[in-house]
Design a protein around this ligand. Structure first.
Ligand code: C2O
Ligand code: CU
Length: 483
């Protein structure tokens, strides 16, 4: 169903104002000598249970029986962390200890994964390293924040159902010396598929058994009909003329690649998945695959009363990887609304980037992962090296090396994600890339070879997989051991 047809048409063009709520922000205002906590529009915060400024200790509960308010009066039955969609923003600074008391109030087994963070392997939440947390069960996750930037948490079981039904939340880790801007705003993009009954198609959050991808189902990707930002339909973010804002973009969709631009403003990319870039660059639009992030600095040059939207120009169900412009004005995803008043203009803020060495173009290729197709009994599967999980051979590497890998697609794009370790993209189709940016997820377009370079500094058993959730569940995932 397209967004401009059927009963959801009325939602388009309406919008909802986001305000920070919940957690700390509901408490009494801080005494005057304490800094005012920054506003993250549309996101709930956690209550930090530990007064130690270097420890962030939180309770996270996953539960059913939840109405996901999409704004504009619509809501769907869903799952939630701490009763909110997205889950609360987990915010810390580099080096902090993060302690999570997780409780599973779902009827289904689940785990929590900290996408992109180099956590100890035992804390990674994949089935390689932990048993499922059963219904009613608990698990203590504890790790150090070793990476700067926007990350996210989500289940690592029955991902397609649990993430689609709303189990995901952002993690924001700040660098020492990071300039504090008036607006530092995560924008968590999602793409959900609503049916004529107004519920998420094909997934019942109250079902007794968890949903699995049905292997008899067509291997088509699940593309939604409604793009959300911070869990809402076309939310508004108030801004003030004059200063700089940092927007942190994440795509949590099931399968949709987003192509995002910002009306009337220049987007300066200052970071990708992790850390900040030594050489920020201006971008007209950004291709954001599932699981990828971009940190985008924007000078707020609009006038009071004006509005500008982040627009997803790739909204056609037929071809998510098409570069054709869209005819629908439903492509707007989130709108910046200029209030009255003005701040003085200032120099472009500079973000600390010392963590990103120049890795050159890489050396001998340790392995080439071929992301392709496999037919078993006439059924189509997305595969790695001609196999599907758990038949893909486990690779083992010594830690703290200097590894060059290639990732090669055939006719389909795949967002490739490696757990627990980060890498730099150093070549695309033989052309050098010199961004010196840490990534953990990379969109590999159709018929493309991407070369990455990784130190593999985090020992353990790690999954790597396509982050299109049905591809992953169907077996486009494998294990790599760092010794
Ligand atoms: Cu977002 Cu296996 O992860
Ligand atoms: Cu894929």
């Amino acid at each position: 169903m397209m967004i401009n047809g059927g009963r959801w048409a009325w939602a388009v063009g309406l919008s909802v104002s986001l305000s920070a709520s919940g957690g700390c922000s509901e408490e009494d205002p801080p005494p005057p000598d304490e800094p005012v906590p920054p506003v993250r529009h549309g996101l709930v915060t956690f209550e930090d249970l530990d007064p130690d400024p270097d420890v962030v200790e939180v309770n996270i509960t996953a539960s059913h029986d939840h109405e996901w308010e999409l704004g504009t009066g619509m809501s769907v039955h869903a799952l939630a962390y701490n009763g909110s969609n997205p889950g609360p923003l987990l915010e810390a600074k580099l080096g902090d200890r993060i302690v999570v008391h997780f409780k599973n109030d779902l009827k289904w087994p689940t785990t929590m994964h900290w996408h992109g963070l180099r956590v100890p392997a035992a804390m990674d939440g994949s089935m390689l390293v932990q048993d499922a947390v059963p219904p009613g069960g608990t698990f203590e996750y504890e790790f150090e924040a070793r990476d700067v930037g926007l990350y996210w948490y989500h289940p690592h079981m029955h991902e397609a159902a649990q993430i689609d039904l709303g189990l995901y939340g952002p993690i924001l880790i700040h660098a020492p010396g990071e300039p504090a801007l008036a607006l530092d705003q995560p924008l968590i993009f999602d793409d959900i598929l609503l049916g004529d009954d107004g519920e998420i198609v094909g997934l019942d959050p109250h079902a007794d058994e968890p949903h699995d991808t049905n292997p008899d189902e067509d291997a088509t990707d699940r593309l939604g009909n409604l793009v959300l930002v911070n869990g809402r339909v076309l939310p508004e973010i108030p801004v003030t003329k004059g200063g700089w804002a940092l927007f942190r973009l994440l795509n949590t969709s099931d399968a949709r690649h987003l192509q995002v631009s910002l009306e009337g403003h220049e987007m300066m990319v200052v970071g990708l998945d992790g850390g900040f870039l030594p050489k920020p660059y201006a971008a007209e639009s950004l291709l954001i695959g599932v699981g990828e992030r971009y940190q985008v600095l924007v000078e707020l040059t609009g006038e009071p009363g004006q509005s500008y939207s982040f627009v997803n120009t790739r909204y056609e169900e037929e071809d998510p990887f098409s570069t054709d412009p869209l005819e629908l004005d439903s492509a707007s995803a989130v709108t910046l609304v200029y209030g009255s008043g003005e701040e003085p203009r200032s120099e472009r803020p500079v973000f600390p980037s010392e963590d990103a060495p120049d890795m050159g173009r890489g050396g001998e290729v340790a392995h080439t992962w071929e992301l392709g197709d496999l037919f078993v009994d006439g059924e189509f599967y997305n595969s790695i090296d001609g196999q599907i999980w758990p038949n893909i051979p486990v690779q083992t590497y010594a830690r703290n090396g200097d590894y060059t890998f290639e990732i090669k697609t055939s006719d389909d794009p795949h967002p490739f994600h490696l757990h627990g370790n980060s890498f730099q993209v150093v070549e695309v189709n033989g052309e050098p890339v010199d961004l010196r940016a840490w990534k953990d997820t990379v969109t590999v377009p159709p018929n493309t070879t991407i070369r990455i370079r990784a130190p593999l500094d985090n020992p353990g058993r790690w999954m790597y997989h396509c982050h299109i959730l049905h591809h992953q569940e169907e077996g486009m995932m494998a294990e790599l051991v760092v010794e």
